[in-house]
Design a protein around this ligand. Sequence first.
Ligand SMILES: [Zn+2]
Length: 236
Amino acid sequence: MADESTVLIRKCSICKTNLEIGLNNLDEAIYYNKTHYHSECFIEAAINKSKNSNKRVSEKWNNILKNISDIRLASEKRFETEIYKEKVFDFIRDNYGVTVVPTNLYTRLADIYSGKFKGMSKGIPPKYLLDMWKKQIRGLNKIADKNKTRGKYMDTSQRLVYDTAILINKYDSYLAWLEQKKIIEADTVCKAKKTSDINADVYMQAFNNSKKPLSDDTSCACAKDFSSIADEIFDD
Ligand SMILES: [Zn+2]
């Protein structure tokens, strides 16, 4: 999957070789004390230091080893977030015809992730922003076309500001949709009916404002619940 191809290149502070961190090998790297390491290099060094004759050193590293699963978890989360930030940039480059992401967008995205952007009550994780953006891009392109025919022309930088504002406004509905999706996925009856496939259709149909019935299979009540939520999300 091309989507899996984004890797972060960092240097291991111990063996001085490059670390290539992707979504499928997040556990192979550790970020500790603002420094990057191979997991193996870090653990090996930690074990050695935990045997140091200096008691303070050995205590410190024994403690680190005791908390190693938390350190690994925090590292993986951090790397995952960084990878998704890269993916957001890739997505912008691929879909907005820019080779360089406009500088004003860097600050804007950072504020969106942290929730500091005006009017936001919480940040949007890059993973969610990317997912929303992918699902909304066709609709956003349509809005841009409509604006153009009405004589409201925006350059790419302006459009990115405009589009991100739309995405921010949709975030609460997106979270509600995610929550609903989780409930649906947990429902074994619906699972048996391959609801995840239905969901994708529902999502796209709502997205296209299609008035077509969503599914002939009305026996799956939760799929119906989902469709009403999806309609709300995309009812522009
Ligand atoms: Zn290393």
